[in-house]
Design a protein around this ligand. Structure first.
Ligand SMILES: NC(=O)c1ccc[n+]([C@@H]2O[C@H](COP(=O)([O-])OP(=O)(O)OC[C@H]3O[C@@H](n4cnc5c(N)ncnc54)[C@H](OP(=O)(O)O)[C@@H]3O)[C@@H](O)[C@H]2O)c1
Length: 236
């Protein structure tokens, strides 16, 4: 690992054994971040970490110049405690119980909430408040940031190490926390925009409902959003 990479924050992807979490985790590992996969079961976390390590090894065969970070698997609570920043990717119906069980582990830390409470079979806009607002109410001492709700799991393993044509709206009441998450997002080849406070995340969740509808109508799996009119958001 290079000198610059040693200062990167450790990330925990909680519920990182499903569809969305492993893709995000893999991109962060390839960008040099130390990543912990979290699960309710240690063995499941370790199995996902090992499967992702295998993908990293394959990537290194084609890109020997890369400097990936480490990847390990831990039970969710241990993962959150050891990480600087946690990303919540548990299935949407488990949002509240998962957060309640992790309250003490996430205090004082940045928690990125990727939850979009939309039923794939019957997509409708979710009722307020935003999932991320609920997370903030459940853990007032956490610095909650909403992001990645519109990034399809199917896209994340495409063009590994490169950029993706999917933009990320980042909502938070804590602007410094939002900026930290914008940096994490740009590190994995996605353009990120600060999109206002946590309550705006309800709109972002609702966009996921539109994207599922687009995928169904057009027979795709990778519909995502793209912002125009702001040529260089990274400079802000
Ligand atoms: N899939 C997408 O394309 C996509 C895109 C954008 C955002 N999202 C959001 O990302 C989140 C994860 O989506 P997903 O499609 O990856 O979900 P998923 O594959 O159905 O589930 C993710 C993980 O949730 C954990 N989980 C299941 N039941 C749980 C419970 N009762 N308590 C705690 N954890 C539980 C499981 O981990 P363990 O069994 O290992 O604990 C599972 O691997 C959702 O909020 C979704 O809205 C998904």
């Amino acid at each position: 690992m290079s000198e610059a990479q040693t200062s990167l924050p450790t990330l925990a992807v909680l519920g990182g054994t499903g569809k969305e979490g492993p893709g995000l985790a893999l991109r962060w590992v390839l960008a040099g971040y130390p990543v912990i996969i979290g699960s309710r079961q240690l063995e499941k976390a370790q199995a996902t970490a090992e499967a992702l390590s295998q993908e990293v090894r394959q990537y290194l065969e084609a890109h020997p110049e890369a400097h990936p970070g480490s990847i390990t698997g831990l039970e969710n609570s241990n993962a959150a405690r050891q990480a600087d920043i946690s990303i919540l990717t548990v299935v949407a119906v488990a949002h509240q119980p998962a957060l309640e069980s992790l309250k003490d582990d996430l205090k004082g830390k940045i928690l990125v909430d990727a939850t979009a409470r939309v039923d794939f079979r019957d997509p409708r806009p979710p009722a307020p408040p935003a999932a991320a607002r609920l997370a903030q109410e459940l853990i007032p001492e956490a610095r909650v940031v909403a992001a990645f709700q519109n990034v399809p799991a199917h896209s994340l393993k495409k063009n590994l190490g490169g950029s993706l044509r999917a933009d990320v709206l980042v909502c938070a009441d804590d602007l410094d926390a939002a900026k930290a998450v914008i940096a994490l997002t740009e590190a994995i080849g996605l353009r990120a925009y600060y999109a206002g406070g946590l309550d705006n995340a309800l709109v972002v969740e609702s966009l996921t409902c539109l994207l599922i509808g687009l995928n169904k109508y057009y027979g795709t799996k990778t519909a995502s959003i793209s912002i125009s009119g702001i040529p260089n958001p990274a400079a802000s």
